[in-house]
Design a protein around this ligand. Structure first.
Ligand SMILES: NC(=O)c1ccc[n+]([C@@H]2O[C@H](COP(=O)([O-])OP(=O)(O)OC[C@H]3O[C@@H](n4cnc5c(N)ncnc54)[C@H](O)[C@@H]3O)[C@@H](O)[C@H]2O)c1
Length: 229
């Protein structure tokens, strides 16, 4: 089984890749290594992944339309997980076009690839930010999300809508994950590549990550790896 992970040098992408590789899945990762935060951290994650059997990395920007088309011409993926995005709510005030390129144009480039190679299932990162100005808590998948308050949030809501269109028109099964604040026990990597861990006492004070999923109406085919079900 071969899985494409976009944003594989990122926080969630790296951990997903490690988990899938441990399960014997072939992982093809792409990332543009943008400088939204420390690029050395992303490179250190990639160095760890490169040491694992079954991992392939390609430096590629989702917004590179021709590059993305070529990727899907040359490779076939059973599943695609889209974690690449321009993240951050505040940054979207300073650099709005980064969100248009990565989260809108880039997302459609990816969907086109999935359509061409008839990917069995697309899993993509949405965000709790889609709840925007909602005041009702706790949030629910059934809540309306029509009042985003940042371009980042609007781009994630747009992803959900566009994925629904591809699901409806081309029978592409797609599931969006509305991540809330995701955190890890690992603080970073030391020079030698060893992980640095948070102390247990601090971890105990943290609450588990919440996750709401948004699934399109197309029928799912195939079986997802356990992590994604
Ligand atoms: N971490 C959270 O708390 C959280 C919360 C809500 C939603 N999300 C979403 O989950 C996904 C993963 O989050 P993360 O915390 O791992 O983010 P991250 O920034 O650590 O990882 C994203 C990766 O995508 C890459 N990337 C960005 N734009 C790209 C592009 N155009 N082409 C190729 N690669 C590109 C970046 O270089 C980075 O390595 C993102 O879509 C994010 O919006 C995360």
């Amino acid at each position: 089984m071969k899985v494409l992970i976009t944003g594989v040098a990122g926080f969630i992408g790296y951990h997903l890749a490690q988990r899938l590789l441990a399960e014997g899945v072939q992982v093809y990762g792409i990332d543009n290594l943008n400088n939204y935060y420390d690029v050395d951290l992303k490179k250190a994650r990639l160095a760890q992944l490169h040491s694992r059997a079954g991992f392939t990395f390609q430096f590629l920007d989702l917004a590179d339309r021709l590059g993305m088309a070529q990727l899907f011409q040359e490779q076939t993926f059973n599943y695609v997980v889209n974690l690449a995005a321009q993240a951050g709510v505040r940054y979207s005030l300073q650099n709005p076009l980064a969100y248009v390129d990565s989260n809108l144009s880039g997302f459609v480039n990816l969907l086109e690839g999935c359509r061409q190679c008839q990917t069995q299932h697309l899993v993509f990162a949405s965000s709790s930010s889609v709840y925007g100005a909602n005041v009702k808590v706790p949030f629910a998948v059934s809540d309306r999300v029509d009042h985003p308050v940042s371009l980042y949030a609007a781009s994630k809501k747009a992803n959900e809508l566009i994925a629904h269109v591809y699901s409806h028109l081309y029978n592409l099964p797609a599931t969006g994950l509305r991540f809330f604040t995701v955190y890890q026990l690992q603080l970073g990597l030391a020079r030698g590549g060893d992980p640095i861990w948070l102390t247990t006492s601090l971890c105990k004070r943290l609450r588990p990550t919440s996750l709401l999923t948004f699934t399109t109406s197309a029928k799912c085919s195939g079986t997802l790896p356990t992590l994604m079900t």
